[in-house]
Design a binder for this molecule. Sequence first.
Ligand SMILES: [Zn+2]
Length: 76
Amino acid sequence: MKKTTCKNLGGTCDAEIQGETPEEMGEKSKQHVMEMMQSGDQDHKAAVEKMMQLSKEEQEKWYDDFQKSFDSLPDA
Ligand SMILES: [Zn+2]
């Protein structure tokens, strides 16, 4: 199990996100961001909007980099 922070995943806070795989971590990060947005958090909303403005290629590159760096994340 690896861990990172919301901020490291393009978010805005220091909430810890854990996952066994990059996919799982991506899912948990998405859930966290959704929860924060539903509670009316503007920072997370802005972070999502920024992410949505990236082109498909940029989003793929971001995900690729995230998968590559997954192994170097600290163990949870
Ligand atoms: Zn967050």
